[in-house]
Design a binder for this molecule. Structure first.
Ligand code: SF4
Length: 445
């Protein structure tokens, strides 16, 4: 109990730590990586490899105040159709450098709102993509679906394209919370969309919920989760709302005095954790839960969980190609990021160039720290012996890193001869703990 109150009063939720969907974080990318280097990295993928693709759709019909993603509002389909033409040109540019026999085993459409694409545009884009780079036999094709912006034609288009996994941003069903965050979504709407998806054999379902929202309370979050549990999803992500109006201007519409203080936020997470575990969901990483037979839970048990721009995954591939404005690609050599603005991206692609404007070339130290951060956020523990085997380094050197991470964090970490483990009650603070390994942020080891 004493430890919990220490955690709550340390105001750790306010610590501004990166999400560690990449290491280093995107804010540390530089112009050292350009289109020429991206072409080289694409060409160096071994023939007959399986890769992953993330395709970004930066449009929404309405911009929600809480959302810190870089998205733009579009009431007409014109800008969306023109953006999709640029995506199709980027696919053919990528194809020019890809070795023969490349297939996609993990395909993810995110945004923004991918289901803003009209059904015929979605079908055309998927056909262009999969005829250029075929889906592997054991593929997963995931799409982020906005229940407010999907109809039967679009659901049929998802099925026809082979989509087999869907995630939905729910946040909270309470009307006062929804009014404060500028997003309206009813349980009836979500339930109807889930029924349509299942009727079209799109079964794997993830609900995204935020805690720490204005006016959110334990009973309100419990009601939301119980409604969602009645739909039997495969996974939940239960993430902390990060209030950064200086960076995400829309968030200035949210009254900061209505935000729960850090001790209440910790209790909200614990409420969700208890409820989901009672219902048989297993904790995954720092903020996900899944059914024991779900791919994430299996990857977690096998120590093969991964973390990247899509959140947690069981992605086995070394290469992730990002398509679209601001999308990030990951290669064994480093990261490339496309031009952030939609107009700049479309212009670069129209000129026949990859739209790469910045990125990062890995140094050995980045690989070591990136691997330790990813393992810590996925497994919530680090073993000196396993790291020594995987990274081909002396255990004594790795033990020094582990000692330094653990220094002064005894309320959150267990340190013994095997390594370090994040205590269950400190799970929501895993990113803050991992930031001790971040050479690009202070304080670093
Ligand atoms: S929460 Fe979803 S629908 Fe709302 S602005 Fe963000 S990406 Fe768009």
């Amino acid at each position: 109990m004493e430890q919990k109150s220490q955690l709550a009063t340390r105001a750790l939720f306010d610590a501004k730590t990166p999400r560690y969907s990449s290491y280093p974080s995107v804010s540390h990318f530089s112009p050292e990586v350009n289109s020429g280097l991206k072409r080289q990295w694409l060409s160096s993928i071994p023939a007959n490899s399986s890769i992953s693709i993330y395709l970004h759709v930066p449009f929404c019909r309405k911009l929600c105040w809480f959302c810190a993603y870089r998205t733009q509002s579009s009431q007409s389909d014109g800008p969306i159709r023109s953006y999709v033409e640029a995506l199709k040109r980027e696919i053919s540019l990528v194809l020019q450098s890809l070795p023969p026999g490349t297939t996609v085993s993990r395909l993810h459409f995110g945004g923004g709102t991918p289901t803003i694409l009209p059904a015929d545009v979605f079908a055309d884009l998927c056909a262009t993509l999969t005829s250029a780079i075929p889906l592997a036999s054991d593929y997963e094709f995931a799409v982020e679906v906005d229940p407010n912006d999907v109809d039967l034609d679009r659901v049929a288009a998802l099925q026809a394209a082979g989509v087999n996994s869907v995630s939905m941003g729910i946040q909270d069903f309470d009307p006062e919370v929804q009014a404060a965050i500028g997003r309206t979504l009813s349980f009836d709407r979500v339930s109807a969309v889930v029924e349509d998806l299942r009727a079209h054999h799109i079964g794997q379902l993830t609900f995204d919920v935020l805690y720490g929202l204005p006016h959110q309370t334990g009973p309100r979050l419990t009601d939301t989760l119980q409604m969602l549990l009645s739909l039997s999803p495969d996974r939940f992500s239960v993430c902390n709302y990060s209030h950064v109006p200086a960076l995400a201007r829309r968030q200035s519409m949210i009254p900061s005095e209505a935000l729960p203080p850090p001790p209440d936020r910790l209790r909200l997470f614990e409420t969700a954790e208890r409820l989901l575990q009672w219902d048989g969901y297993q904790p995954i990483g720092m903020d996900h839960f899944s059914r024991p037979d779900d791919r994430l839970a299996i990857a977690n048990r096998l120590g093969r969980l991964r973390r990247d721009f899509r959140g947690y995954s069981d992605d086995p591939n070394d290469v992730l190609i990002g398509l679209g404005a601001s999308a990030v690609s990951r290669f064994p050599q480093g990261y490339c990021q496309n031009e952030i603005s939609t107009s700049g991206y479309e212009q670069a692609i129209a000129g026949g160039h990859h739209a790469t404007t910045r990125g990062h070339v890995f140094k050995n130290d980045d690989r070591l720290r990136g691997e330790m951060i990813e393992r810590l956020l996925c497994d919530l523990h680090l073993s000196g012996t396993s790291l020594a085997r995987d990274l081909d380094m002396p255990v004594a050197v790795l033990d020094l890193y582990l000692d330094q991470i653990a220094t002064g964090l005894s309320e959150m970490l267990q340190r013994d001869e095997h390594g370090i483990a994040i205590k269950p009650e400190a799970r929501p603070f895993a990113r803050m703990i991992a930031s001790r390994l971040d050479r690009y942020a202070l304080p670093a080891i």
